[in-house]
Design a protein around this ligand. Structure first.
Ligand SMILES: [Zn+2]
Length: 304
């Protein structure tokens, strides 16, 4: 189905904010899941959300700041205690494996659970089900990555009338054309373009993680359906936001407009923004109608 579900497990930035968990999102399509970032308490949010472990095959850590990684060792330990049988690919900064290994050893938890995880650099492209996940560099105080997540484009609709008129008999040849292959009848070539409508683009979105505004975010978001953007600071605090490698909600609105996306989700709120969320929501709606402020344990469906 052409819908990607985002479940926000946490929506706050670095400093602990009463009642909110550090920014983290569970991405799901057709039962296949990946977790993005795992700060303190995220495993509690994961289990509280009633999301099962079934289908979880990847964890992506955007960067090495504590509010994105400190929940990971505990989460992996819980999987061990649950005698979980699956495998997980962990994409993250180089020292993630070291952090997990050290924590397992220092807490006498045993390192045998590590056999169930494969570690990769977080600049690697990968897939989760039929989603392609493409990391890209964002501007932050340390090396950090955002993600472009996209469903592959689907071939256009098969035009049966056109096929019949061309004299292509119903059967395996139709299937081959539908799969994008040329076919031949008595030496005459028929191409998919003769019987297929325009390709149907897949659902796509961009997730910035912790990030200052940048041309790269706009470039990545162009042509996608939704931008999920750092909004750590209120409008007017741009200087502070950029100094700390973050954005204001107004930066996010400007980028969403420039990229031409139809949906904008704001998240990663700092303390000052959290104290003004209701007001910010009203102001953002005036600037960008199809925008939402993410909330902990909130579901959003990215659609065309
Ligand atoms: Zn950070």
């Amino acid at each position: 189905m052409k819908i990607i579900k985002l479940k926000f497990l946490g929506t706050a930035s670095g400093t602990p904010v009463s009642g909110l968990f550090p920014a983290s999102v569970l991405v799901e399509k057709d039962g296949k899941k990946m977790l993005v970032d795992c700060g303190e308490g995220i495993q509690h949010q994961f289990f509280r959300s009633k999301e099962g472990l079934r289908g979880l095959s990847a964890i992506f850590i955007t960067h090495m700041h504590g509010d994105h990684v400190l929940g990971l060792p505990g989460f992996l330990m819980s999987l061990s205690l649950l005698n979980w049988e699956g495998r997980i690919r962990i994409y993250g900064p180089e020292r993630i494996r070291e952090l997990v290994e050290f924590t397992l050893e220092a807490t006498l938890s045993g390192t045998q659970i590590l056999d169930k995880f494969d570690f990769y650099a977080n600049n690697s492209e990968f897939t989760v089900g039929d989603l392609n996940v493409k990391p890209f560099r964002v501007q932050h105080r340390v090396e950090a990555y955002g993600l472009k997540i996209e469903e592959a484009d689907k071939p256009g609709k098969f035009n049966e009338e056109a096929a019949k008129e061309l004299g292509i008999p119903k059967g395996p040849l139709w299937g081959q054309l539908q799969r994008g292959k040329k076919v031949y009848i008595n030496g005459i070539e028929f191409t998919p373009g003769q019987v297929l409508g325009p390709a149907r683009p897949g659902v796509k979105f961009v997730y910035t993680g912790d990030a200052s505004p940048s041309e790269e975010i706009i470039r990545q978001a162009r042509g996608t359906d939704c931008l999920v953007h750092d909004a750590a600071f209120p409008k007017g605090d741009e200087a502070a936001a950029h100094e700390f490698g973050h954005s204001t909600w107004y930066d996010a609105v400007k980028e969403a407009k420039e990229a031409g996306v139809s949906q904008l989700i704001l998240f990663n709120f700092g303390g000052k923004a959290v104290s003004q969320l209701a007001q910010i929501e009203l102001e953002v709606k005036k600037e960008f109608q199809n925008s939402y402020l993410a909330k902990d344990l909130w579901d959003f469906y990215v659609k065309k």
